[in-house]
Design a protein around this ligand. Structure first.
Ligand SMILES: *[C@@H]1O[C@H](CO)[C@@H](O)[C@H](O)[C@H]1NC(C)=O
Ligand SMILES: *[C@@H]1O[C@H](CO)[C@@H](O)[C@H](O)[C@H]1NC(C)=O
Ligand SMILES: [Cu+2]
Length: 183
């Protein structure tokens, strides 16, 4: 390989690693964070495979909406009295740094009740295929027949660990391939 080819390969590998490790999701896609269209944010979230490192963007008119991160109990009852965090810029980026549920709603009275609420659930086992386990809510039979249920045992963290080692290993392998002839 020429030097240019090596650099190109390296760039491609780094791009792949970056894409698979840090996705950016705009809540509601082009509609954004709103009550105008009747957006089903639960359906929106169910098609995503959220992972640690991903960025969630709430985009909205700050005159009419906001974003509050809340507990599960507050989320269920649309209780905005003591949010964990409040965002009001109109374009809020939230970095996902841990597993589990991340509950958000709009704290403007009535908006959460109208459906302006979303649960960003970051699963422990990351699926390679774009088949979100969240779709189990919509179609449990399809989910059960096509995707093996993740084992709830202690083995699950090992699977994702192996996965990231595999990717790092691939990148390092190609790196050493690219530069081996210079050593
Ligand atoms: C909302 O939550 C606060 C604090 O957790 C609580 O004191 C209050 O009673 C709740 N309000 C309603 C309407 O449930
Ligand atoms: C999220 O991460 C990006 C880059 O990784 C950083 O620039 C940004 O400030 C972070 N945002 C928050 C809210 O921490
Ligand atoms: Cu709102």
């Amino acid at each position: 390989m020429t030097l240019v080819e090596r650099v190109v390969v390296l760039f491609i590998v780094m791009t792949i690693v970056k894409v698979s490790y840090a996705a950016v999701y705009k809540v509601g896609d082009s509609a954004g964070w709103t009550t105008l269209d009747t957006i089903d944010y639960r359906k929106w979230a169910a098609t995503k495979n959220f992972q640690i490192g991903d960025t969630i963007i709430f985009e909205y008119n700050a005159k009419f909406h906001n974003v509050m991160r809340v507990t599960h109990a507050m989320y269920k009852t649309c209780n905005a009295s003591s949010p964990i965090a409040t965002f009001t810029t109109g374009k809020d980026s939230i970095n996902i740094t841990n597993h589990g549920h991340h509950f958000f709603f709009c704290g403007v009275p009535g908006h959460c009740q109208a459906g302006q609420k979303v649960d960003i659930n970051v699963l422990k086992v990351s699926a390679e295929a774009p088949t979100p386990s969240g779709s189990a809510l919509a179609s449990p039979t399809v989910q059960a027949s096509t995707v093996p249920a993740p084992s709830p045992s202690n083995a699950t963290p090992l699977i994702s660990l192996n996965g990231s080692f595999g990717l790092v290993g691939l990148a390092m392998g190609i790196l050493s391939l690219a530069f081996s002839s210079y050593v």
